[in-house]
Design a protein around this ligand. Structure first.
Ligand SMILES: C[S@@+](CC[C@H](N)C(=O)[O-])C[C@H]1O[C@@H](n2cnc3c(N)ncnc32)[C@H](O)[C@@H]1O
Length: 242
């Protein structure tokens, strides 16, 4: 399928604005000299902003095109000597970090979706030293989904709870909460529209591309009859106590 890569229409591969990214980078301080590892980094926009704030970085993503774009961004910003970006499976990574980012990518360890959040919380406990920070970007139910909404989207009800449930789960894994920030509707709409627009443009020039039409229609249904205003995204900055 000939579609331009997502990064042509989006700054972040998630419902995130530059304003929120700045808040989150600040919440991760001190970054000067810190080592930040981003698992499922996409094209690494957030990781690169931590590196610009003084950190060294390592990002891993399965998507080789996204990694190539991240390397180009790093080079354009003069950050290439302080960040490495790797195309590969982040689920096998092990090592230590001052900051671990798992943003919208808790599914990278696979398994039942109900276990995804816990997998990321456990990874943070394995790889972070006391004082280390985990930036966890994870879904939650902004509203209880109706049976009709649940039927319209490929997300099991049990995968997520409320924000309070998510913070309780993090506390139960031994973290303290440094910062909490939640994607707003504009950020969600930008993210979803960024997915949609390339497909719709393609259909204007190739109206018989049935595969692209099916994907565009499916995403619109998921979005408008399923998760819009119902599924939220929250960013928690968690710290491992000393
Ligand atoms: C919603 S995107 C989030 C990207 C990035 N964290 C951001 O916020 O811009 C999820 C990313 O996880 C990546 N991913 C999924 N499974 C992975 C795995 N096993 N190893 C590495 N990356 C993975 C996908 O390729 C995708 O780029």
């Amino acid at each position: 399928m000939t579609l331009p890569p997502l990064h042509e229409d989006l700054v972040f591969h998630g419902p995130m604005s530059s304003y929120r990214a700045d808040l989150l980078v600040r919440s991760l301080a001190p970054l000067d000299g810190a080592h930040v590892v981003d698992l499922g980094c996409g094209w690494a926009e957030l990781l690169l902003r931590t590196v610009a704030a003084g950190a060294t970085g390592h990002g891993i993503d399965l998507d080789a095109d996204a990694i190539a774009h991240g390397r180009k961004l790093a080079s354009e910003r003069g950050l290439s000597d302080r960040v490495t970006l790797e195309a590969g499976d982040a689920s096998t990574w092990s090592g230590s970090a001052d900051v671990l980012i798992v943003n919208g990518s808790t599914g990278l360890w696979g398994g039942d979706p109900v276990t995804h959040t816990v997998n990321a919380l456990e990874a943070g406990r394995r790889f972070l030293r006391p004082g280390g920070r985990l930036l966890l970007g994870e879904g939650f139910w902004e509203r209880e989904p109706t049976p009709e909404q649940l039927a319209a989207m490929p997300v099991p009800r049990e995968q997520y709870g409320t924000v309070a449930d998510l913070v309780d789960l993090a506390m139960a894994h031994g973290y303290r909460l440094l910062w909490l920030s939640q994607a707003n509707q504009d950020e969600w709409d930008e993210f979803e529209s960024g997915h949609a627009i390339a497909r719709e443009r393609r259909l204007l020039t190739h109206p018989s591309d049935d595969e692209v039409r099916a994907r565009a229609d499916r995403q619109r249904e998921w979005r408008l009859k399923g998760w819009r205003g119902v599924l939220g995204m929250v960013y928690l900055t968690l710290v491992v106590p000393s």
